[in-house]
Design a protein around this ligand. Structure first.
Ligand SMILES: Nc1ccn([C@@H]2O[C@H](COP(=O)(O)OP(=O)(O)OP(=O)(O)O)[C@@H](O)[C@H]2O)c(=O)n1
Ligand SMILES: C[C@](O)(CO)[C@H](O)COP(=O)(O)O
Length: 222
């Protein structure tokens, strides 16, 4: 059976959070976001992890991940998330299943991770968890706004699962086409691959601003 390798994107600075350390090293109830994310992925069934980190912070990340439940390799990231994922992919064996996950989503439930792995093992090429939108939505255009039918919309989460060889080839094609995307199933979709959706979870929310950190502390503390 192919190993399931987590590629954890942790090389962002966390500008919107505004913490004194990079976001993935921010602690929630005494444990860093990156360590919590690796723990959650391991509980869900990944066998090893490649963690993409900001240049110069390799030592700090090695310390934060010293007690990780799976073996961890650190790779230096790039200026944008897409580049960080590309760099991480170079360290993932081509015959693996790869789960690309944001370090900023530390509370992803075990069953979400497991269902992404199962879908890829079942033959899906590019898999993402999604959730329905809780709020009504309006589209802004030319200074006016119109309501959007939210029943057809889904918010996209991570981990996103792939055959590693397919994701690498799709990223190469995106670089050649100078295509900028914000997530990895979109990279595969642009390369002509179908995207499979599985149920996500509101617990997989991305810690982006200080209010998200308050919610995180409440979840971890309670
Ligand atoms: N150059 C980058 C930018 C982002 N990420 C990662 O991608 C995930 C999602 O990005 P986001 O939440 O937007 O994080 P930041 O880019 O750090 O946030 P900000 O835009 O507020 O600076 C995060 O886990 C982040 O570490 C990354 O690996 N490399
Ligand atoms: C990958 C992602 O978290 C899926 O919702 C999202 O696209 C990341 O976007 P960001 O702008 O890098 O935060």
């Amino acid at each position: 059976m192919k190993p399931a390798v987590a590629l954890v994107a942790a090389a962002g600075s966390g500008t919107r959070l505004g913490a004194p350390v990079v976001k993935a090293l921010v602690e929630v109830a005494g444990r860093t976001l990156v360590a919590r994310s690796v723990d959650a992925l391991a509980r869900g069934g990944v066998d090893e992890a490649v963690v993409v980190v900001p240049a110069g912070l390799e030592r700090a990340f090695a310390d934060a991940l010293a007690d990780a439940p799976v073996s961890v390799r650190l790779v230096t990231g790039g200026a944008e998330r897409q580049e960080s994922v590309e760099r991480g992919l170079a360290a993932v064996p081509a015959d693996a299943i790869v789960l690309v996950h944001d370090a900023a989503r530390p509370f992803v439930p075990v069953d979400v991770v497991a269902s992404v792995i199962d879908a890829v093992r079942g033959g899906a090429v590019a898999v993402t968890p999604v959730i329905a939108l809780a709020d009504s939505v309006r589209m802004m255009q030319d200074g006016a706004s119109t309501v959007v039918d939210r029943s057809a919309l889904r918010a996209v989460q991570t981990p996103q699962g792939f055959d590693a060889g397919v994701l690498r080839a799709s990223h190469r094609a995106a670089v050649q086409a100078r295509r900028v995307v914000t997530d990895d199933v979109s990279v595969c979709e642009a390369a002509g691959h179908p995207v499979t959706l599985v149920a996500g979870s509101r617990r997989s929310f991305k810690i982006t601003d200080p209010f998200d950190l308050e919610i995180a502390e409440a979840i971890a503390g309670g």
